[in-house]
Design a protein around this ligand. Structure first.
Ligand SMILES: *[C@@H]1O[C@H](CO)[C@@H](O)[C@H](O)[C@H]1NC(C)=O
Ligand SMILES: *[C@@H]1O[C@H](CO)[C@@H](O)[C@H](O)[C@H]1NC(C)=O
Ligand SMILES: *[C@@H]1O[C@H](CO)[C@@H](O)[C@H](O)[C@H]1NC(C)=O
Length: 210
C-alpha cells in the first residue's frame, strides 16, 4: 500500500522536478518559494514522520456524594517537518466532560488555527483520542514550492496515523472524612495527570490530493 502510494507520488512529481529548474525567467521567485533547504515535497515523501508531544489531565470533584464537576483534557504539540516550522507546529487542546474517561475514540476533533490570518496555509488537523491508550491523526498540508512555475497548483498531502500510548500518570484521590451536607466543603477530589508522551509518528497512509 505505502509502496504503491510512493511510486505514485514519484510518478506524479517527476514533472514538477523537471519544471522547477526551468522556472519562469525574470523576477526572482516570490515569497512562496521555499528553495531546496526547505524542500517541502521531498520531506513529505521521504521517510516522513511528525513529532508529537501529548499530555492528559483529568479532574474529578464531587461537591456532594451525588454531584460531580469533572473534566478531562488532552493537549498536544504536533510538528510537521515538511512545513515551515512556525506554521507546521499545531498546538491543540480539547476538553471533555463525558464521564468517566472523557475520550472514547469515537469522535474526530478539529484543531483550530491559532493564527486565523494564515488559516488554509496551516495544516488541517483532526484527531481522535482514547484516554490513556491511543491517538489517531488525520492531517492535510500544502507544499507551495511549485507555485512559482506558472499554471501549477500547490501540492497537497493527506496522511493518517495511529499510535498506541503508554502514559505515565499519577492518580491522587482525597475523601473528606468529616463531610456534611451544606458545609460547602468538597466531598471528594481525584486528579489524574499524565506526563507528556513524546514520540515520532509515521503515517500508515499518505497520499496526494489532486
Ligand atoms: C506545547 O508547547 C507549549 C509551548 O511551547 C508548551 O507550553 C506546552 O507544554 C507543550 N505541550 C506539550 C504537551 O508538550
Ligand atoms: C481526514 O480529513 C479530511 C478533511 O480534512 C476528510 O475529508 C477525510 O475524510 C478525513 N479522513 C478520515 C479517515 O477521517
Ligand atoms: C475530621 O474530624 C476529626 C475529629 O473531629 C478531626 O480530628 C480531623 O482533623 C478532621 N479532618 C478534616 C480533614 O477536617
Amino acid at each position: 500500500m505505502i509502496y504503491t502510494t510512493i511510486l505514485y507520488l514519484i510518478a506524479f512529481l517527476l514533472p514538477f522536478a523537471a519544471a522547477v529548474p526551468h522556472g519562469p525567467p525574470g523576477p526572482k521567485p516570490g515569497k512562496h518559494h521555499e528553495g531546496p533547504k526547505n524542500a517541502c515535497i521531498a520531506t513529505s515523501i521521504h521517510d516522513f514522520s511528525w513529532s508529537l508531544s501529548l499530555e492528559y489531565h483529568a479532574s474529578y470533584t464531587f461537591t456532594t456524594p451525588a454531584h460531580q464537576n469533572s473534566w478531562g483534557a488532552v493537549s498536544f504539540n504536533l510538528t510537521n517537518p515538511a512545513v515551515d516550522k512556525k506554521l507546521g507546529t499545531v498546538n491543540c487542546r480539547m476538553d471533555s466532560n463525558r464521564l468517566t474517561d472523557f475520550f472514547y475514540g469515537d469522535q474526530w476533533y478539529p484543531c483550530t488555527a491559532s493564527e486565523p490570518q494564515v488559516a488554509g496555509v496551516l495544516p488541517d488537523t483532526q484527531f481522535r483520542f482514547f484516554t490513556h491508550t491511543r491517538f489517531d491523526l488525520n492531517q492535510t498540508w500544502v507544499c507551495n514550492e511549485c507555485l512559482t512555475a506558472k499554471k501549477q497548483k500547490p501540492v497537497k498531502f493527506a496522511a493518517l496515523a495511529t499510535t498506541q500510548l503508554e502514559m505515565k500518570c499519577t492518580d491522587t484521590s482525597w475523601v473528606n472524612p468529616n463531610w456534611t451536607f451544606g458545609s460547602g466543603a468538597f466531598y471528594s477530589t481525584r486528579d489524574v495527570k499524565c506526563e507528556p508522551v513524546k514520540l515520532n509518528l509515521k503515517p500508515y497512509e499518505e497520499k496526494l490530493l489532486l
